[in-house]
Design a binder for this molecule. Structure first.
Ligand code: PLP
Length: 429
């Protein structure tokens, strides 16, 4: 008789029909993602070392699949589980954790790593305060990459009978690519090439660390982060090459896997697949980390894709240019930037860095006219965040959902700021 946790790992490798790529279906783990492997491995390791004892409490700061994997293991092995999550986490995820009996603690999203209420620090405090508390710490726990060296790598090697030539995966904590990649390199005498697939602005692939649309993969850097530390679970020496993938490509690749291959997977699977299908090699293997069920209201939703500008539509031709300045810019300097742009533009106030990429939609914190840029103060966020409309929306859809008193909106294309549109232009469309 098989126990539930014996079902972790041993996932199938399937040949795709429309590209010469083999896909490792990690959504077929019992908890629904690749993270079941790391969760079980970290718990078994902590039991063996005595860090986690019977009746103890597992604590982790995570908005994603690791929380679900740990909650599953906690329920199956009789531990309490506390999960610390950013308050923007989708309600379905919170409910899924609660369904496993986990305690959910929310903390504000978008805090720099140094802040005492940053998810990781908060989780550590809870682990320290609770008797029998243990923080799994997937980012720096060697049991995370180790399980992929022990299981995922050998599974791929055996399923391909040693013929695998390329392995493609996204990098979150780095556990998957580091452990699997290291095994495949060792088994093949260094022949297998290990390729990272990274969201466009993620720092792993050389981006500026500003926000990107794909969840759970890549490395975001909060603008106030002083020391950007990369996870110890990520072993850079294993990865031969990293491809940066525009969010649009990830989203479309994710949707196409459902429509053309019958594989309903998440956004990071789209990122990985967008790279794998470009790689030429005798036997390319891509790892698909989780199911699309958790993202039906995001990547798989036409409405979401239109609002984020991942699908094209009406608004593109009515976008006018903007001037962007970071929060904290002196008003005089913002006025000067506006005047010298020679455009009848509104400045847009941002939280983040915008030196390499247009700001992400969520970084647009205020829309200010020249008249509003008076005095000697500094520009700051608006009391209520400005409303964005997607290039893929129809004018009628956009008008139906924007507040009555707003007269200008920022336009979002590929999840990023494309410009501005006025209510008047929308009404005339
Ligand atoms: C959906 C999804 N994709 C990719 C990753 C990245 O995997 P890793 O943390 O092993 O690098 C994760 C990790 O949580 C994930 O949940």
């Amino acid at each position: 008789m098989t126990g539930l946790l014996d079902l972790v790992g041993g996932t199938p490798l399937v040949r795709l029909q429309h590209t010469a790529v083999h896909a490792k279906l990690e959504y077929l783990n019992p908890g629904g993602s690749v993270k079941d492997r790391a969760a079980l491995s970290m718990v078994l390791d902590a039991e063996a070392s005595g860090a986690l004892r019977p009746g103890g409490t597992i604590v982790e700061g995570t908005s994603g699949n690791t929380g679900l994997g740990l909650a599953q293991v906690a329920a199956a092995r009789g531990y309490r589980m506390v999960c610390v999550l950013p308050d923007k986490t989708a309600v379905e995820k919170l409910d899924a954790l609660r369904a496993y009996g986990a305690e959910v603690v929310l903390t504000p999203s978008a805090l720099p790593r140094e802040h005492p209420n940053h998810v990781m620090r908060y989780a550590q405090r809870i682990a320290d305060d609770r008797p029998g508390g243990w923080r799994a710490d997937q980012y720096d726990n060697p049991a995370n990459p180790a399980v992929h060296f022990r299981t995922t790598g050998p599974e791929i090697w055996e399923a391909t009978e040693g013929r695998v030539t390329h392995f493609v995966a996204t990098i979150g904590t780095g556990g998957t690519i580091s452990g699997t990649g290291r095994y495949l390199k060792e088994a093949s005498g260094g022949r297998v090439r290990v390729i990272g697939a990274d969201p466009v602005t993620s720092a792993y692939g050389g981006g500026d660390g500003s926000p990107f649309a794909v969840e759970a993969a890549g490395h975001y850097v909060h603008p106030q982060t002083a020391d950007d530390l990369w996870p110890e679970s990520y072993h850079r020496d294993v990865v031969d090459e990293i491809f940066s993938v525009p969010d649009r490509d990830s989203v479309h690749a994710c949707r196409s896997l459902a429509r053309t291959e019958g594989l309903l997977v998440g956004g990071s699977s789209g990122t990985a697949f967008a790279v794998a299908r470009q790689v030429t090699g005798d036997c390319v293997v891509v790892l698909l980390p989780d199911s699309g069920r958790a993202y039906l209201s995001k990547y798989h939703s036409d409405t979401w894709c239109r609002r984020q500008g991942f699908l094209d539509g009406d608004l593109d031709t009515f976008v006018s240019p903007v001037v962007t300045v970071p929060v904290g810019t002196p008003a005089a300097e913002a006025r000067e930037a506006l005047a010298s742009s020679g455009q009848p533009a509104l400045p847009v106030v941002l939280a983040g860095r915008s030196d390499r990429f247009p700001p992400a939609a969520g970084e647009v914190l205020a829309l200010l006219t020249a008249d509003e840029l008076t005095g000697s103060g500094v520009v700051g966020p608006a009391p209520t965040p400005p409303v964005g409309v997607g290039v893929g929306e129809t004018a009628a859809d956009a008008l139906a959902r924007v507040p009555d008193d707003a007269s200008v909106f920022h336009v979002v294309r590929d999840g990023r700021l494309a410009g501005l549109v006025t209510r008047g232009a929308l009404t005339r469309l």
